[in-house]
Structures are given as structure tokens and as C-alpha cells.
Design a protein around this ligand. Structure first.
Ligand code: ATP
Ligand code: MG
Length: 334
């Protein structure tokens, strides 16, 4: 029997390089050896985008198209829409008794995301909603309703998984051994930084290179990327380790070329403008096959819809079976 993998993405925008290196490439590898459920987490996206339902709906299709473009095989992976699996919402309610409000406030992921969303939740989180504070509970339901054993995530998500494991242990203690405690699977590259030097490239952070970005957009973004601030003149030596341009060279530039970039930068024989142009060229080349594959799906959006429908049907079946066991354990199987 193959082990079950569950992971998810929020339909809040297109996929960016962070998703590709931090998550997507790992999914493509894992899809051959596991039973794979890939959730398009629209309900979770609504927790901080409840006032923009159009955006979430549009991005359900956008992100699915991106996933197919990077090589997710719909015959191996069940891509499904979270809102269509009502058992997740049901289980979230059952789980909400097993977690304290103070524990949710202490979750480091919730804390840092709350701080990033001051406009919505206030300077000190005083306007935080019940839904957003509780999204880790809903995420625990996402994983367990499919009896997910392995969860590939970026390291920003580890505290959420830890919280899920706590909920599972508490559930099993009270209602008997019913749920599986999931394990995280980290990618080799755990977190990709943003163009602005921020620790994380994020869809909602305005610091990302998206896989769908055209050449002009990529040029504009790379030209504005943060470099070593002590380099003023073209021939000043610089430190590539604090330069975002070199950081992305590392991801897409062939090894030999990369060594030259590094040594010339340190010696001061390379200007930043040329270095950026070289990165732009390499990024475009790297993204070309992804964009070509994407185009086939863009031209046939009904294929994307069919893939989502099929994946959602399979997910629904699994969720229904598990919900029966959960209700039995909780003695609410009337
Ligand atoms: P949002 O800002 O809306 O939360 P996001 O960019 O954080 O969007 P998610 O959909 O929340 O994207 O995350 C999907 C997956 O991609 C998660 O496993 C997450 O850890 C991973 N991920 C997101 N950004 C990065 C990054 N910069 N580096 C590595 N992994 C990332
Ligand atoms: Mg996120």
C-alpha cells in the first residue's frame, strides 16, 4: 500500500520561484511513489481574503494551471478544491474543542502572518477574526480527513504541522486511536528569499518572481533587486552573499558560469547591471519550458476544470469514509 501525502496551496496568486524550489519540485518528485492529495485551499485563502471572493475563485484555476505547468501529473495527483469537501469544515468544528485560544495566539506562523496583515487585523492584531486565528485548526482537518501521513511543506509551515500533531494526539487520547499523526517532509531548499531581501518570497508580500512573469516584468523586477549596498561604483568589489541577484543566480545559473559570477563580483571586475542582465537571460531560459507547458492548458481551460472535478470526486470519497470512522469514535454516528 502506498503512503498518503497531503499538501496544499492557497489560491491567492500565481506560483512563484519560492513555490517551485521550496515546494513544487519536491511534489513532482514525490508524485511517483505516493498516493497524493493536493489541496487548493480556497477556504483558507478566504480567511484573509474574505472581502475579495473573485480573487480567490480566479486563482483556483490560475494555481492549478501553474501546477500542471511545473509537471504535476493529474493521473498521479488528486488536485481538489477545499470548499467542495464539506467534511473538512465539519471536522474543523470537532477539532475546535481540542485547542485553546492562547495556543493559537502563540503559533509562530499565525503571529508572523498577523503582523504582516496589519491593514486587515490591526496593529496589535486587535481586529483578528475567529476564522484567521483558527486556520491552523482547519489545516489540521485538511490533513487528517484524508489520513495524510506525510506533508511536504516549506519551513514557514512547520509550526502549523506541530499544532496538527498536538490536535491528533489529543483526539486519539479522548476518542480512541482513530487519526494518523502526520510527519513533515521538507524540501532540500526550505525557503526562498524575496527580491527585497526578505526572508521569504511570498505571494502576498510583493517581492516575488512569478512563473508567469513575462520578460519585461522579470527585467523590471531583477533590475530593482537588492544588491550589496557597499558597492557604489561599477568596479568596487562586493559580497555576493548579501546580494539577491547572486542568490537567484544560484538557483538558475549553470555551475561554471556561477563560479565566474561569484569570483568576478568579489574582485570588482563585474558591474551589477551586467550581472543582472545575465540573470534575466538565465531566468527566462529556465522558465521557458514551464511557460510552454502552461500555454497548452491556458488554451484549453476545460481540461483544467475536468482535472479539478476528477480530483475533487476522489477526495470526497476518501473524506466521507474517514468521517464515518471519526463520527463513530466520537459517538455521534446516529
Ligand atoms: P500567501 O502569502 O498567500 O500565504 P505563500 O506564498 O505563502 O502565499 P502558500 O500557498 O501559503 O504560499 O504556500 C504554499 C506552499 O509553498 C507551502 O508549503 C509553503 O511553505 C511554500 N512556500 C511558500 N513560499 C515559499 C518560499 N518563499 N520558499 C519556500 N517555500 C515556500
Ligand atoms: Mg502562506
Amino acid at each position: 500500500m502506498k503512503k498518503t501525502i497531503l499538501t496544499g496551496l492557497r489560491p491567492t496568486g500565481n506560483l512563484h520561484l519560492g513555490h517551485l524550489f521550496g515546494a513544487g519540485q519536491n511534489y513532482v518528485k514525490l508524485q511517483n511513489d505516493y498516493e497524493f492529495f493536493l489541496e487548493i485551499a480556497d477556504v483558507q485563502a478566504l480567511t484573509d481574503n474574505f472581502n475579495d471572493p473573485e480573487k480567490v475563485r480566479k486563482n483556483v484555476y490560475e494555481i492549478t494551471t501553474d501546477l500542471l505547468a511545473i509537471g504535476i501529473d493529474p493521473n498521479k495527483v488528486n488536485i481538489f478544491i477545499q470548499s467542495q469537501i464539506s467534511e473538512i469544515a465539519e471536522l474543523t468544528i470537532f477539532f475546535s474543542n481540542l485547542v485553546t485560544i492562547s495556543r493559537l495566539y502563540r503559533n509562530p506562523t499565525v503571529k508572523s502572518e498577523m503582523a504582516q496583515k496589519k491593514e486587515l487585523f490591526g496593529n496589535d492584531g486587535e481586529s483578528i477574526t475567529y476564522g484567521f486565528l483558527g486556520y491552523p485548526v482547519s489545516q489540521a482537518a485538511d490533513i487528517t480527513i484524508f489520513s495524510g501521513e506525510l506533508v511536504p511543506v516549506g519551513d514557514d509551515q512547520l509550526p502549523l504541522l506541530e499544532q496538527c500533531r498536538e490536535i491528533v494526539r489529543k483526539f486519539n487520547n479522548i476518542y480512541g486511536n482513530t487519526l494518523i499523526e502526520p510527519q513533515p517532509v521538507l524540501s532540500e531548499t526550505t525557503r526562498i528569499k524575496g527580491l527585497d531581501g526578505n526572508d521569504k518570497m511570498g505571494k502576498s508580500l510583493g517581492n516575488a518572481i512569478f512563473l508567469v512573469d513575462d520578460e519585461e516584468t522579470i527585467t523590471k523586477k531583477v533590475m530593482g533587486a537588492v544588491t550589496d549596498p557597499s558597492k557604489i561604483k561599477k568596479d568596487d568589489p562586493a559580497n555576493p552573499d548579501i546580494c539577491m541577484v547572486y542568490y537567484y543566480h544560484n538557483l538558475v545559473t549553470p555551475k561554471e558560469e556561477l563560479e565566474t559570477v561569484c569570483s568576478e563580483c568579489k574582485k570588482g571586475t563585474r558591474g551589477c547591471v551586467n550581472c543582472k542582465k545575465q540573470l534575466i537571460k538565465n531566468l527566462n531560459e529556465f522558465l521557458k519550458p514551464i511557460k510552454e507547458r502552461r500555454k497548452q492548458y491556458e488554451e484549453n481551460p476545460e481540461i483544467v476544470k475536468d482535472i479539478l472535478e476528477k480530483g475533487t470526486n476522489i477526495a470526497k470519497k476518501r473524506a466521507t469514509e474517514n468521517m464515518n470512522k471519526i463520527k463513530e469514535a466520537m459517538k455521534i454516528d446516529y
